[in-house]
Design a protein around this ligand. Sequence first.
Ligand code: UDX
Ligand code: UDX
Length: 459
Amino acid sequence: MKIEKICCIGAGYVGGPTMAVIAQKNPKIKVTIVDINSDRIAAWNSPDLSKLPIYEPGLAEIISETRDKNLFFSTDVDTAIDEAEMIFISVNTPTKTYGKGKGQAADLKYIELCARNIAKVATTDKIVVEKSTLPVRTAETIKSILQNSGNGINFHILSNPEFLAEGTAIEDLLSPDRVLIGGESEEAIESLANVYASWVSQNQILRTNLWSSELSKLTANAFLAQRVSSINAISELCEHTEANVDEVAKAIGMDSRIGSKFLKASVGFGGSCFQKDILNLVYISRSYGLNEVADYWEQVIIMNDHQKRRFSDKLIKTLYNTVSGKKISILGWAFKKDTNDTRESAAIYVTDHLLNEQALVSVYDPKVPEQKVYSDLNYLNSRTEQENEDFVTVDKSPYSALKGSHAVAIMTEWDEFKEYDWEKIYSEMKKPAFIFDGRNILNKGKMQDIGFEYYSIGQ
Ligand code: UDX
Ligand code: UDX
């Protein structure tokens, strides 16, 4: 099938950047991204590129090059579905917060809604591409809904999981390690492969069956998250043995069989994928009765929760066992640098814990808006919204966030944190002034020379 029009449902962190790059590399294909959230679409259409809903290095440039030429953002979902030959589903699949599988299973209601919508409005044959990360065998559901729509239209389902990481999305999309396409119809697979072939070499486009493709995405995230939890487990041991986790990571990472990536000890991994996808794997394994497999992967999550909790516990213990009424500054709210995404960020949980201990928290993040900080905390339901507002301030400048505070906790590895005038910060903090570096980004010796009491992870 020749592809002239593509529709993507879901203008999020995955759909937005992915479609922008597809449009840039295929100027002859019209790409329309639709979303039911009209504020989000308005932001994507904003003439002021600093107002785009998603921050990613390099994204604004591609949007300015392609928007309203062959890349369009719209809330008119039905028209975009009907006119496209290929439809990507890129809506969110959060962890269920109710009913069976609560807290672990993926909530597929948005996926099902999309499939029903496609079945309802389609008048010509379609290739439907799963872009969202899904539990293995979800294509079965989509297929069943589409094929039973009774309008005589042919649907081909493909799985094409996204491996981009936030903060490096554009780079990852432009030079991917591989593109994975799973499907049953060779013709449909080749139609999608041709879209990628505009900039990805054929031998990097991997073709598999549907189920291998779906499961590969969960597996890739589980393996990466497991590495972070493994090194974080070692970081605690380092703190008891005078070993240095960065040195240990370097030593084992130089073993080419292990490799150097995903060995940076931290206050715990966050992001929209790792926790959700592992919980998903745990849930699927358990539903097949594979309890040991489920317990094995669940331990990665347990380790990650422990890492976040022991960070805030250490801060409180070091501050003479009480932070009540003390100003504590949080540097960084995003789950990692170079993104404004905060989903599952360790900062949220550490702050929540500090608030339970009645600390006064001030937050600074270069890209996360004030409202997001409050909504992340309110979402936990640990206290009233008013209390969150009373106890938390979000500052526009790092220096005001740090002024007069007893301790600073570094939660995100933003490069700019290394460049701050730490002598000035020290002079404006309460003494003794404590730094808890949850990302090991500052120079310990230098901070101690200034006068700080400096604590890091695994050192
Ligand atoms: C999401 C999932 O979290 C990830 O697992 C998957 O791989 C891709 O989709 P992301 O793009 O980061 O990732 O999600 P999000 O930024 O929440 O974007 C989803 C968008 O879909 C939202 O803008 C939402 O409004 C939209 N949506 C959701 C619809 O347009 N229709 C729906 O029925 C549901
Ligand atoms: C991840 C996968 O990398 C990507 O392939 C997939 O498509 C989506 O999920 P992302 O969530 O954007 O991407 O971020 P990633 O760079 O993988 O980091 C996840 C978390 O682990 C972050 O909180 C990060 O700070 C943390 N991390 C990562 C560490 O603590 N140490 C490391 O060495 C690497």
